[in-house]
Design a protein around this ligand. Sequence first.
Ligand code: CA2
Length: 155
Amino acid sequence: MINVHVLNGPNLNLLGRREPDVYGRMTLADVERLVREKAGSLGVGITFRQSNHEGHLVDWIQEAGAQGAGVVINAGAYTHTSIALRDAIAGSAAPTVEIHLSNVHARESFRHHSLIAPVSVGVICGFGPMSYLLGLEAIHRVMVERAQEAKPSTH
Ligand code: CA2
C-alpha cells in the first residue's frame, strides 16, 4: 500500500480561526477530513500531522523516508527560511510535494522564494484546501509510476 505523510508547519493549527480572508474558514481538522476522504478513494494510507517546531518536521520527514512513504508538506513560513527542512527532504528517500493554501507568488516578495521547492518533486499553491487534495493526487501518481518503473519488465 502507498502511504503518504501530510505534514503541516507553524501556525497552521490556527487555520479557520484567524485571517479567514487569506486562508478561508476551514479548520485543519476539516482539511484532514477531506484528505482522508480522498485517500480512501485512492487506496492510500495517511499520516496527518502539524507542528510549530522545525525539528519535529525534520523528524517526520526522516520517518516518512525510512518507511518508504511519500510526503505532502505545507511547511508554512519554514518554506521560506529552513535549510534544515530542505536538507531533510534531500536526504530522505521520501518523494515530496510542496503545497500552499494561498498563491504565495501573489503575496509579499519574501513568500516568493522556497528553499524546499528545488528538492521537491513539484509545488502546488493557491487552491485553498484543494491544494492538499491536488498534492495527494500528484504524490500518489508519482509513487505509482516509480513503483512500476522499479518492477522488472515481463517482456
Ligand atoms: O499559503 C500557505 O499555505 C502558507 O504556507 C501559509 C503560511 C505562510 O507563511 C506561507 O507563506 C504560505 C502561514 C500559515 C499560517 O496559517 C495561519 C492560518 C490562519 C491564521 C493565521 C495563520
